[in-house]
Write a protein that binds this ligand. Structure first.
Ligand SMILES: Nc1ncnc2c1ncn2[C@@H]1O[C@H](COP(=O)(O)OP(=O)(O)OP(=O)(O)O)[C@@H](O)[C@H]1O
Ligand SMILES: [Mg+2]
Length: 327
């Protein structure tokens, strides 16, 4: 990029454009055991909260202080209103979210400590397509993030086009595939990853996509990437660039409420520091902390009230007293 183009990108009004799925999470916490056909189980707690990987990331990035604009599709219904008002409450720009006659998506999350089983009704999110996207927003944003490839049936075929366009317009980019409910894992990484600065799968997703048995063989199977960050739950994360692998241990939380949104909160922390221009080490340190912060409260966004609140959890609940913060 020319220095003039870099200056133009820095002046853009939004730090990040998040494109992705929108749904509510109906979280059943502390269930006695996972569901079984013909039986009824009790959950000790229930919360209806903003769901969807993309929206949790957008909400948490905005809470940390980034300027975030969102594009996705909801239904004209109560769940759609819940999604919009949750994003607006966190100052995420929602003016470009599209409405459909199909119902807003919903995920029923059955959570037991570190484990959970989800059932998702995709609804409006699966109708969302390239023509719904206001392409001009790429000129107003510094970074593009996309989540949940396999849930967005209509957008999938155009994803390479979208990322190529974003790179042409000078944005940095990140992509979190998330789980494939059909477990077919059909994605052409060779075509896509040249346009993705940070590929952000978790370990199960990476192994499934590459059809390899472990971390090392999965990483070796990927060609034409820029950087890969693999989330590994309580085992932390792996940063892979130019064939070099580095493992970062997790900051453990001894009192996990639930792990909903830990991966999205990890992404949010990472991208927040990246957009501040921090070093990879600082970006990863913060990502591991914000992943753990997410586990201190129910759902994916409750622990992210604002930047100071997150830092307070890092110091007092996670016990990292000396965490140095630069806003
Ligand atoms: N129980 C935990 N205690 C502390 N930190 C955790 C815990 N679970 C996850 N994390 C942190 O969050 C990061 C991301 O979590 P995880 O590996 O579960 O991502 P994910 O599978 O993509 O999650 P998601 O379901 O939200 O998409 C981990 O790398 C780790 O740093
Ligand atoms: Mg994830």
């Amino acid at each position: 990029m020319t220095s003039q183009k870099i200056k133009d990108v820095i002046k853009r009004p939004y730090d990040i454009l998040v494109i992705g799925e929108l749904n509510v999470d109906i979280i059943l916490d502390k269930i006695q055991s996972l569901p079984e056909t013909g039986k009824e189980k009790i959950a000790e707690e229930m919360n209806v909260v903003l769901g969807s990987s993309s929206a949790i990331l957008a909400s948490n990035l905005s809470s940390l202080g980034a300027k975030v604009v969102f594009m996705g599709k909801i239904g004209s219904d109560t769940f759609g209103e819940i999604v919009l008002s949750a994003l607006e409450k966190k100052s995420v720009e929602t003016a470009f979210v599209k409405r459909s006659q199909t119902s807003t998506g919903a995920t029923v999350v059955m959570s037991m400590g570190n484990d959970r089983a989800n059932i998702t009704y995709p609804g409006a999110m699966s109708e969302f397509e390239l023509s719904d996207i206001n392409i001009d927003l790429l000129d107003s944003s510094r970074h593009l993030h996309f989540s949940s490839y396999f849930l967005q049936e209509n957008l999938r075929k155009d994803i390479v086009k979208l990322f190529r366009l974003a790179k042409e317009k000078g944005l940095t980019t990140s992509f979190d595939p998330q789980w494939d409910p059909e477990e077919k894992w059909e994605i052409n990484l060779d075509e896509l990853l040249p346009y993705v600065d940070f590929f952000l799968p978790n370990l199960s997703e990476l192994k499934a996509i590459t059809r390899q048995p472990d971390l090392d063989s999965s990483l070796k199977a990927i060609k034409n990437y820029n950087a890969i960050l693999v989330k590994m739950g309580t085992k932390g994360a792996c940063y892979y660039k130019k064939g070099e692998k580095k493992i970062y241990p997790a900051i453990l939380n001894s009192e996990v409420v639930d792990t909903v949104g830990a991966g999205d909160s990890f992404n949010a922390g990472f991208l927040f520091r990246f957009l501040q221009g921090k070093s990879m080490q600082e970006c990863l340190d913060f990502a591991l902390l914000t992943g753990a912060v997410s586990t201190t409260a129910a759902g994916g966004t409750a622990a992210f009230k604002n930047y100071e609140y997150v830092i307070n959890i890092i110091r007092n609940k996670l016990g990292v007293k000396n965490y140095e913060t630069t806003r």
